[in-house]
Design a protein around this ligand. Structure first.
Ligand code: HMG
Ligand code: MG
Length: 302
């Protein structure tokens, strides 16, 4: 097995991780969490989301978060942008890294951003041009790449169509989402076999939720195809408010532990990552789901 030697992780805890939390966190608590994640060594962190606070109240302080973070050459602090209004906010605040998001399922796209897939792509055309003019780094999400909570199984051909459309708009990286956390390795294999002749592995990230415990197995499949970009969330926080039945993202600790033990470089300090998750667990007043984190709590000298 020839696997990638080095992995680029996008830590999505402060955005995907917190957008669906019932417990409201203060801006200061979120900033402390982001600081700890930065200290753990992440180069890409999703920190905020310029979406409607009526739709996702938990992200309502995104402007304050961005204002409090100093721009860094070492870390891409990424902000979700659903439409022109979100882009304008990003430009106003001099945000340099944005993530656009659409999906491979019409029903999910409608529920999530109140648009059809073609409408979202049309919007992103203009946003992409402005973003590039302003030298932004742009990620493009394709959600529901395997199963949609409203439509069931999604055809890999549809994912390819949307992913290619995003690449043609000039996004730097696409992130393929198993929004529901339902995918299994054979489905990941099927999708990657279709995508990889058309899209460079340098531009593909995989974003697994872990609702059914299949995320690490899916990552292993991605690694076997040479994919070296993965999204995960500290402690296993996460979920999408418009994907009923979805639980948290793959826990970053579990992923980093596995990669470390396989001799694959992540650049992440696992102890500092555990500190970040413990801090968040304290803020949320509940244990987080990461198995590695739980094992540290059971035997603290690990
Ligand atoms: P809409 O209601 O169709 O928007 O929502 P509209 O253009 O008709 O405007 C309605 C109101 O929203 C107006 O305010 C606008 O100003 C405001 P009002 O006049 O009523 O006071 N508005 C905004 N406010 C702040 N920021 C904006 C914005 N745009 C309009 N950007 C909209 C459309 C896209 C805003 C809405 O559907 C929305 O916010 N959706 C976000 C949903 C979301 O955040 N979902 C979670 C992220 S995706 C995800 O988690 C999946 C992922 O992790 C990958 C995976 O797992 O698959 C990425
Ligand atoms: Mg997600």
């Amino acid at each position: 097995m020839k696997l990638p030697q080095k992995i680029i992780l996008t830590e999505v805890g402060p955005r995907d991780g917190l957008q669906n939390e019932k417990e409201f966190l203060s801006t200061l608590q979120k900033l402390e969490f982001i600081q700890k994640l930065t200290e753990a060594g992440f180069h890409q962190i999703e920190v905020a989301s310029f979406v409607s606070p009526k739709w996702v109240p938990q992200m309502g302080d995104s402007e304050e978060i961005i204002k409090a973070l100093s721009p860094s050459a070492a870390v891409k602090n990424i902000c979700l942008v659903p439409n022109q209004k979100g882009l304008e906010k990003a430009l106003e605040l001099n945000v340099k890294n944005i993530a656009l998001f659409t999906a491979a399922s019409e029903s999910f796209t409608k529920k999530n951003i109140n648009k059809t897939i073609p409408e979202s792509l049309k919007d992103f055309e203009a946003i992409g041009v402005q973003a590039k003019k302003n030298k932004m780094w742009v990620r493009g999400y394709v959600s529901t790449c395997f199963v949609c909570p409203y439509e069931g199984k999604i055809k890999a051909e549809k994912v390819l169509e949307v992913a290619k459309a995003l690449i043609n708009l000039g996004v730097d990286e696409i992130s393929l989402g198993d929004t529901l956390g339902a995918a299994v390795p054979t489905q990941v294999e099927h999708l990657l076999k279709l995508l990889m002749p058309k899209i460079s592995s340098d531009q593909i990230a995989l974003h697994f939720h872990d609702t059914r415990g299949t995320a690490l197995a899916n990552v292993l499949t991605g690694l076997q195809f040479g994919i070296y970009r993965y999204d995960s969330s500290a402690g296993g926080l996460g979920g999408c408010p418009y994907a009923p039945g979805a639980s948290g993202n793959l826990a970053t600790e579990d992923l980093v532990y596995m990669l470390n033990e396989m001799g694959i470089e992540t650049g992440i300090d696992l102890e500092k990552l555990v500190e970040a998750s413990r801090l968040m667990s304290g803020f949320l007043k509940r244990p987080l789901t990461s198995k590695y984190l739980q094992s540290c709590t059971a035997s603290p000298r690990k």
